[in-house]
Design a protein around this ligand. Sequence first.
Ligand code: ATP
Length: 203
Amino acid sequence: RRFTVGLTGGIGSGKSVVARLFAERGVDIVDTDQIARSLTGPHGAAMPAVLAAFGADFADAHGALDRVKMRALAFSRPEARRTLEGILHPMIRDAVFAESLLGTGPYVIFDIPLLVESGTWRERVGRVLVVDCPEAVQVARVMARNALPEQQVHAIMAAQAPRQARLAAAHDVIDNGGELGELAPQVDRLHAIYLAMAEEAVR
Ligand code: ATP
């Protein structure tokens, strides 16, 4: 097992920017969202189990999950959502750990947007790192990046863990309420700590 940091934060908090800074320092990054998408993408590894549970008409023409249809079902029937998660979550975990073994960096960062929300990730990483910024800053950045109306950004944020819950789950916090240039020194400081922890872990 490699020393693992779970990187999380609300929508638009700056996880991608922070992950890139760690990657530039030679750290391996595993993108859990990308893994989750590929499992239910065209002929993804989860598709046979998903179609067995919900029916063949939940596949689109490319053999990928029909996300619009699935979202509608999960919205109207919470137990369908739990069934889907019961299929996907163990597969996502296995794929994430499998991918983490391929890297050669000193330690690995799992980029997990819903780490605090989905519970079991917390016990599966050595350290929880939260990228934090004031909610008003988060809203402004997401509106600018995605050209979304403010209401819609608020709706997405309301479905995520509140800022305080995320901070309460954090071992470490990166403050991204300021300029982009303020990130590198914080990343350098944490990187030194994580290198020492990774070394300690193999001893
Ligand atoms: P998501 O959860 O949506 O994937 P994220 O947490 O990965 O988002 P980023 O994509 O890294 O967030 O950042 C959100 C947007 O805000 C991007 O357009 C990014 O360039 C911008 N941004 C991030 N940090 C700063 C900053 N300190 N100053 C100005 N802009 C920033």
